[in-house]
Design a protein around this ligand. Structure first.
Ligand code: DNO
Length: 356
C-alpha cells in the first residue's frame, strides 16, 4: 500500500520538495491541467510531468483525474470521438507505467461545499456542507466560488449543461456511464491501468442534477457494469461517509476482496445534521469515519494500491487551495502511516519478522 499526496502541478503552493519531506509519502497524485476537456493527453506532456515528479525523488503513482467531457455524460452525438480521445490518454498513461486513474461521472459539478472556511473552536478552518444552504444557491450566479465548480467551461456553456442534465433521469445517466465504461475499460485493462470512479460528493443529487454513484447499490451496479479489475472504485471515505446508512468497512472489505479498489481517499467528516457535515482532521475521534477500521480493513485485505490523505483543514495560519494545504494533510499522512505500521506488525507476522 503506497501513501501518496495530491499535487496540483507548478501552480500548487505546495512544492514537490515539501511533499518529499513528509515521511512515508512516496507517491504523487497529479494531472495535466492545461489540456482542454475532451482532448487527448499527449504522451510527451505526461512524460514531462512524470520526470518532474521523479526528479523530486517521488513517483507519479496516480492520475486524478482525466475529466470526462459533459457530452459523454449527456450521451450526445460526438461522444464516440471524445471517448476515443479518452482511450488514447489512458493508453498514454499506461505506456509510461502510471497504473491508476481516478475519474468521476458527476454532471457539471465535481465536489461541492457550501462553506470553504468554517471557523472551528481551535481557530482552524474547515470545508463544510449544508444542503439547506445549497437550496438558496443559484448555480447560474456568477459570484459563487465553490471548489468543485466546473472548470474548463464558460458560464454560458455551463448553464446550457445544467439545463440539459435537469432533463435527464438517473437511468439515462447510468446508460451513458455504462456506454463509456464498455469502451474505455477494455482499453485500460490492455494498458495496465486500473480505473477508480470517485463517488459523488456529497452523495446525493445537488441543484436538481442527477447523481448516480452515491451508495452501495450504485457501487454494486458500477462494478457489475464491466467485469474487469480495471473497472474499480476510488474509495473515498469522506464522500461516502456523510450518508450515515453507508457501512464503510463492510463495503470496503467487499470491493477489496473483489479486487476493485485501486485507490483510497482517506478523509474524515462529522455529520452535523440531515445532509450536513464538516470536514475534520483525519483521526478517528475527530469525526464519524473510523479511520482505524478503514486502515485495518485495507491491511487485512493486503491492499496493494495507493491511498492518500484527503482534504485537510487550514491550520497554523496557512492559506492556499481549499482542502489542499500542506500542514493538515501532512499530519494526516503521518497518522495513516502510523496506523499502517501498527496494523501491519500486528496482523502480518511475516512482515514483523522481516522488520526485525
Ligand atoms: C476532491 C476530489 C475530487 C476528485 C474528482 C475525481 O477533492 O476528491 O475533485 O478529484 O472527483 O474525478
Amino acid at each position: 500500500m503506497e501513501i501518496t499526496f495530491r499535487w496540483y502541478g507548478d501552480d500548487d503552493p505546495v512544492p514537490l520538495q515539501y511533499i518529499r519531506q513528509i515521511p512515508s509519502v512516496t507517491g504523487v497524485v497529479s494531472a495535466l491541467y492545461d489540456v482542454p476537456v475532451g482532448e487527448q493527453w499527449p504522451r510527451e506532456k505526461l512524460a514531462a510531468l512524470q520526470s518532474k515528479v521523479e526528479s523530486a525523488g517521488l513517483r507519479l503513482s496516480v492520475i486524478e483525474s482525466i475529466p470526462v467531457h459533459e457530452d459523454i455524460k449527456l450521451g450526445r452525438p460526438g461522444r464516440d470521438e471524445l471517448i476515443d480521445n479518452y482511450c488514447a490518454s489512458v493508453r498514454n498513461m499506461g505506456s509510461l507505467g502510471i497504473g491508476i486513474l481516478c475519474y468521476n461521472f458527476m454532471p457539471v459539478f465535481d465536489w461541492t461545499r457550501t462553506q470553504l472556511a468554517r471557523l472551528n473552536d481551535d481557530g482552524s478552518t474547515s470545508l463544510a456542507y449544508d444542503h439547506g444552504e445549497l437550496a438558496g444557491i443559484d448555480p447560474a450566479e456568477e459570484s459563487l466560488e465553490l471548489p468543485g465548480w466546473a472548470a474548463g467551461y464558460g458560464r454560458k456553456e455551463q448553464s446550457a449543461h445544467i439545463a440539459a442534465f435537469r432533463g435527464m433521469d438517473e437511468e439515462a445517466l447510468w446508460r451513458n456511464l455504462e456506454y463509456f465504461l464498455k469502451r474505455v475499460v477494455p482499453v485500460a485493462e490492455g494498458a495496465g491501468v486500473r480505473m477508480g470512479i470517485h463517488p459523488d460528493d456529497p452523495p446525493w443529487p445537488i441543484f436538481g442534477l442527477p447523481r448516480i454513484i452515491k451508495d452501495e447499490r450504485d457501487l454494486d451496479r458500477l462494478v457489475a457494469a464491466v467485469d474487469s479489475p480495471s473497472n474499480g472504485i476510488t474509495f473515498c471515505t469522506g464522500s461516502l461517509g456523510p450518508n450515515a446508512e453507508f457501512g464503510i468497512e463492510g463495503a470496503l472489505e467487499k470491493y477489496c476482496a473483489a479486487g476493485r479498489v485501486p485507490f483510497v481517499h482517506c478523509r474524515n467528516i462529522r455529520r452535523t445534521g440531515e445532509r450536513a457535515f464538516i470536514e475534520t482532521a483525519h483521526p478517528t475521534e475527530q469525526g464519524d469515519v473510523d479511520m482505524f477500521a478503514v486502515m485495518k480493513t485495507l491491511v487485512r485485505a493486503g491492499f496493494s494500491g495507493a491511498l492518500r490523505p484527503d482534504h485537510g483543514r487550514m491550520i497554523w495560519g496557512e492559506t492556499g487551495r481549499p482542502g489542499y494545504g500542506l500542514y493538515d494533510r501532512a499530519l494526516g499522512a503521518m497518522y495513516l502511516a502510523g496506523l499502517r505500521e501498527a496494523l501491519q506488525k500486528e496482523l502480518n507476522p511475516a512482515a514483523r519478522k522481516r522488520e526485525r
